[in-house]
Design a protein around this ligand. Sequence first.
Ligand code: TYD
Length: 204
Amino acid sequence: MRGRFVTLEGVDGAGKSTHLDWIAGLIAAGGRKVVVTREPGGTPLGEELRKLLLAQPMHLETETLLMFAARREHLDRVILPALAAGTWVLSDRFTDATFAYQGGGRGLDPAKIERLETWVHPDLQPDLTLVFDLSVEEAKRRRLAASAAPDRFEQENLEFFARVRAMYLARAARYPQRMRLIDASRSVADIRKELEEYIVIACQ
Ligand code: TYD
């Protein structure tokens, strides 16, 4: 049986990293093999591209193409083989992040992102996408408390993150079957209660 593809999304600072390994543990406790990975990254080449993407100023379309170049490699080497072998894939971000950051945040025409999506993964969408939703002010407070050196995205202003968040909310409303909005302002314990429900359903 094919594995399930689960992705975590949200503005920087919303807390997905706090829950990533815990969710992986939950999936494993359900008797499934699971691979934990991330975007951009997840392969040796993808991790090199990640370093460039997080540090190097570049044209918006270059940024978008590199995100999809890393993704193409990630699909080929990690995501598709795992799913075919019946292993679950838990990815910290996927194509929703490109719509949110390059589309919403930076203003790239979503039609261009849709063309790349159709090219790179015409037949694949996540089975479940958990969107950690938080006010951009609170997300910034959490980033400042957690992160020593902010990367190129984390240095963006509140207006940028408000557009990123708005795009996530719009996509969650458009794809209610696979996308679940998680109110990330609550306690870790409350959030995990809700996450557990979604993972149990996904395991069925
Ligand atoms: P992130 O996933 O937040 O990792 P960390 O918790 O280590 O900072 O960092 C990845 C950054 O890349 C994040 O700011 C969002 C950005 N990003 C895009 O802009 N577009 C994309 O398609 C992806 C996958 C990520």
